[in-house]
Design a protein around this ligand. Structure first.
Ligand code: C2O
Length: 534
């Protein structure tokens, strides 16, 4: 294994999309940002230098960060942000992981333009568990606002209403040939007839769960969130913000230019989706400038397409890559996730849209939680996050009267190496959206999901404990639930939140603290000397 060195200069640059220009925050002037290439077991050192007026931090989404929480990145959770003019070296080793992940800014809404791919190849000489593709390509999905993204969320927080939706989706940074002002180009994947390509698809959008389709082609899913899956064929990929999906695309024997679409998915549409991004797959020797084969994206509310995709996901669970699903559980937790209008008029954000987990709207601390934990600082957080909803919840499909939320910086304490079952129950109060919940520091197994209220007597009987998909971000269905299991084998403070950025901003977030403080392997390593100060 090797040590890989990268330098990320966070700089402003002017960018033009949809016929209008604005300055955007980028890494090294690129949007999307640079791809990090590494192999399983490599150590990666990334020096991030902040040349902009915002505080910055970067998260390596899906990297386990075993005992190296200092390199995880979420601002005020594992580190204080890198202030203007300052730098910080993220230093981590990729242990037992290979596949596609993403990195992104983890402060404010900078993630909109500060993101890129993390491509982790298997150890040298170790093949993929499927035929080696002829070539590989990174396909990053995103969103574009014509206005300044920080202004969009700042205005929303002032008004207490939802922020403006983006003006377009993007594929590798471009809305593509079918959007207005299409002459600004788009992404083209050149292919040779008969060859197989692996696409490393990443959803880096702030707030949109997306369908990806390629006209005239089936895609074979082989990996999600850097874990191998049982291969299955589909014409539509569903991908939520924070998720990654590797697919094989086999080019046919013909020629032509085929349309790729990235379109929005919402269980019931609240707005007409005119933001669909497009790209093209172009066979060698094809000269036509417009796509010859077009596909229509699924309707925005194509829940059945989404469910079919999700239900097809299974871990590979081979001898070499077994699914190590915890069979017993030391902690059995039920967390409600939802949005509502805060009825407490005298509270912070009273009368405004807020989000919560188990009736707790998470309040960001002013110093990093991991530091507070490691240095035993008092008064930064409490470890009394409720393991069950304190206000009895019953999903009926209409807004219940008991939506209440309490502000707090409350953590849930897990014993090192304990096993956890967590049922995430959507309260479906306002948004017809599913919440893509992301857990830092761990992969988890998605052992079950269903609609309506989770039934602790009946539903566990249907859990898949054999080959459930393993991932780091999972969609909790609107008005339904998802059950996950993981082993708390990583000491530290680990953020968990909805990966729709607006919901995170509203407070749909919490953190786990894992540490016995006993053996040397059961604690976080000491912080690096250049760790930023608050
Ligand atoms: Cu990809 Cu906490 O985020």
């Amino acid at each position: 294994c090797r040590t890989r060195h990268y330098k990320f200069n966070v700089v402003l640059r002017k960018a033009t999309r949809l016929c209008s220009s604005k300055p955007i925050v980028t890494v090294n002037g690129n949007f999307p940002g640079p791809t990090i290439h590494a192999r399983e077991d490599d150590t990666v050192l990334i020096k991030v230098v902040n040349h902009v007026k915002y505080n910055v931090s970067i998260h390596w989404h899906g990297i386990r960060q075993l005992r190296t929480g200092w390199a995880d990145g979420p601002a005020y959770i594992t580190q204080c942000p890198i202030q203007p003019g300052q730098s910080y070296i993220y230093n981590f080793t990729i242990t037992g992981q290979r596949g596609t992940l993403l990195w992104h800014a983890h402060i404010l809404w900078l993630r909109a333009t500060v993101h890129g791919a993390l491509v982790i190849l298997p150890k040298l000489g170790v093949p993929y568990p499927f035929p080696t593709p002829y070539k590989e390509a990174v396909v990053i999905l995103g969103e574009w606002w014509k206005s300044d993204v920080e202004a969009v969320i700042n205005e929303a927080m002032k008004s207490g209403l939802a922020p403006n939706v983006s003006d377009a989706h993007t594929i590798n940074g471009h809305p593509g040939p079918f959007s207005s002002c299409s002459l600004q180009g788009g992404f083209t994947l050149p292919v040779d007839p008969g060859k197989t390509y692996m696409l490393r698809i990443i959803n880096a959008a702030l707030n949109e769960e997306l369908f990806l389709k390629i006209a005239g082609h089936h895609l074979t899913v082989v990996e999600v969130d850097a874990t191998y899956t049982k291969p299955f064929s589909t014409d539509t990929v569903l991908i939520a913000p924070g998720q990654t999906t590797n697919v094989l695309l086999t080019a046919g024997l013909g020629a032509g230019k085929y349309l790729v679409t990235a379109s929005s998915f919402m269980d019931s549409p609240i707005a007409v989706d005119n933001m669909t991004a497009t790209a093209t797959v172009q066979y060698s020797g094809t000269l036509s400038s417009t796509p010859t084969t077009i596909t229509n994206p699924p309707p925005q509310n194509a829940t059945s397409v989404a469910t079919k995709f999700t239900d097809s996901l299974r871990s590979l669970n081979s001898k070499k890559y077994p699914a190590r699903v915890p069979l017993a559980t030391d902690h059995s937790l039920l967390f409600t996730v939802g949005l509502g209008i805060n009825p407490c008029a005298t509270c912070v954000n009273g009368g405004k849209v807020v989000a919560n987990i188990n009736n707790v709207t998470f309040v960001m601390p002013t110093t990093a939680l991991l530091q507070a934990h490691y240095f035993k600082m008092k008064g930064v957080y409490t470890d009394d996050f409720p393991g069950n909803p304190p206000i009895a919840f019953n999903y009926t499909g209409t807004q219940p009267t008991n939506f209440q939320t309490m502000n707090g910086t409350r953590l849930y304490r897990l014993a090192y190496n304990s096993t956890v079952q967590l049922v995430l129950q959507d309260t479906g109060m306002i948004a017809p959206e599913r919440h893509p919940v992301h857990l830092h520091g761990f992969n988890f197994f998605v052992i079950g999901r269903g609609l309506g209220n989770y039934n602790p007597k009946k539903d566990p009987k249907k859990f898949n404990l054999v080959d459930p998909v393993e991932r780091n971000t999972v969609g909790v269905p609107s008005g339904g639930w998802t059950a996950i299991r993981f082993r708390a084998d990583n000491p530290g403070v680990w953020f968990m939140h909805c990966h729709l950025e607006v919901h995170t901003t509203w407070g749909l977030k919490m953190a786990f603290v894992v540490d016995n403080g006993k053996g040397p392997n059961e604690s976080v390593l000491p912080p690096p000397s250049d760790l930023p100060k608050c």
